[in-house]
Ligand binder design. Structure first.
Ligand SMILES: NC(=O)c1ccc[n+]([C@@H]2O[C@H](COP(=O)([O-])OP(=O)(O)OC[C@H]3O[C@@H](n4cnc5c(N)ncnc54)[C@H](O)[C@@H]3O)[C@@H](O)[C@H]2O)c1
Length: 377
């Protein structure tokens, strides 16, 4: 019989839904010593949070996150609020002795992130950041292939995250759904929102990033602010591109924008090594492309690996070979790993400390763009 782990969720938007789904499904597919219980959900609007609680079967609601954190019947706080709330909630939760699962990016900046890392270390509480793309089976398989040395020495790492939803100059900034355009709530634009995912995956697959040179652009300079009703300066980066050196000697090339017509969530990466290459595309997330130059020349070419077999990461828990899974399963996998690690007494990657590395790269990218100079991480 699995032990209950009482979850207190803060924020019931997009991520609140993906996490709730993961908590509900995880024990149906994974054999675990813990079982999440949807104990309470917190949001500021009592009626809306009540509706969410009844739809997702949370036992109770709170309208003040501090009240949730102070409850004795909550084991773990899950932070699904905009970025400017992460640090305050995470530090208070750790001080109250709760485990903390925090959405990405870890924080608004490095200074906040360092305080969060110190808080969970001091409290000795389990912690993780939801960089969920690590747990797409094809991406986890890429990690396995890199770690096995199949690519040999790595020369290049290339990643893009392209969207097109902010092109309309009449789109306001701030408030529900549009907080990502408000630097006060988001910290940065595509750098913290999209490139943070690319950087997390890159560090995981290819090691630390040493230095960066970046450019950013804000194409629409002013937008009406939903909270003030005034036209205000836009403080986020609409697009960002950067070059970097990895510690292993390879070169990195990253690009993100919300102004690439036709692209909704085109996260792609490619790694080129001495013996071979790998590439992956979120729009086709169950496939991993692999090229091995050591193959006999007459059959040498890109393999399009359909990552659905039972001996591939996580896939023995799902259906039968040939039948794929999707986006929501990455969150199920993260919960499964968290619960398995909790039972084994080990940290769940990425921990706050590991996610701080991504935060440092994001900050160096923004500083480099501002100074127009190479910047050390
Ligand atoms: N891992 C991923 O792929 C991924 C994807 C999307 C978002 N995110 C991250 O998740 C977080 C939330 O993003 P989202 O898309 O779910 O946003 P959202 O706007 O859909 O939801 C945010 C929720 O936070 C609530 N909220 C805001 N201030 C609050 C407060 N003071 N107290 C309680 N609730 C409050 C809002 O009411 C809303 O329910 C962000 O940090 C974002 O970067 C991660």
């Amino acid at each position: 019989m699995a032990k209950p782990l009482n979850i207190g969720l803060i924020g019931y938007g997009f991520m609140g839904r993906t996490h709730s789904n993961a908590y509900k499904r995880v024990n149906d597919f994974f054999d675990l010593q813990y079982r999440p219980t949807l104990k309470a959900v917190c949001g500021r609007d009592a009626e809306k949070v009540g509706e969410f609680a009844s739809q997702w079967q949370y036992e109770s609601v709170e309208t003040d996150w501090k009240a949730l954190i102070n409850r004795d019947d909550i084991d773990a706080i899950d932070i699904c609020t905009p970025n400017n709330m992460h640090a305050e909630i995470a530090i208070a939760a750790a001080k109250a002795g709760k485990m903390v699962l925090c959405e990405k990016p870890l924080s608004m900046d490095v200074e906040e992130g360092e305080r969060m890392v110190a808080a969970v270390a001091e409290a000795g509480v389990a912690n993780t950041v939801w960089y969920n793309y690590r747990r797409v089976p094809a991406v986890t398989l890429a990690k396995q292939l890199v770690d096995e040395g199949r690519l040999g020495r790595i020369f290049h790492y290339r990643a893009q995250f392209l969207q097109d939803w902010t092109i309309d100059a009449a789109l306001p900034q701030g408030g529900a759904a549009l907080w990502r355009l408000d630097a006060g709530a988001a910290g940065s634009g595509v750098t913290g929102d999209l490139l943070a995912h690319c950087i997390d995956t890159a560090i995981w697959l290819n090691g630390s990033i040493q230095d960066v040179t970046a450019m950013t652009e804000t194409f629409v300079k002013e937008r009406m602010h939903n909270l003030t009703g005034q036209v205000e300066k836009v403080g986020i980066d609409d697009a960002c591109a950067f070059l970097c050196h990895f510690e292993n000697g390879s070169l990195g090339l990253f690009e993100s924008t919300r102004y690439a017509r036709g692209h909704k969530a085109l996260y792609t990466f490619e790694i080129n090594g001495e013996h071979g290459s790998l590439r992956w595309d979120l729009h086709d997330l169950h496939r991993l492309e692999y090229f091995d130059h050591r193959e006999e020349s007459i059959i040498r070419g890109w393999h399009d690996v359909h990552v659905t077999d039972g001996d591939m990461p996580y896939m023995d828990k799902w259906w039968v070979p040939g039948l794929q899974i999707g986006y929501e399963h990455t969150f199920v996998h993260q919960v499964a790993d968290f619960l398995e690690d909790l039972a084994a007494g080990r940290p769940t990657s990425p921990t706050f400390a590991e996610a701080l590395e991504t935060q440092k790269v994001c900050q160096a990218v923004l500083e480099s763009a501002e100074k127009t100079a190479w910047t050390f991480v």
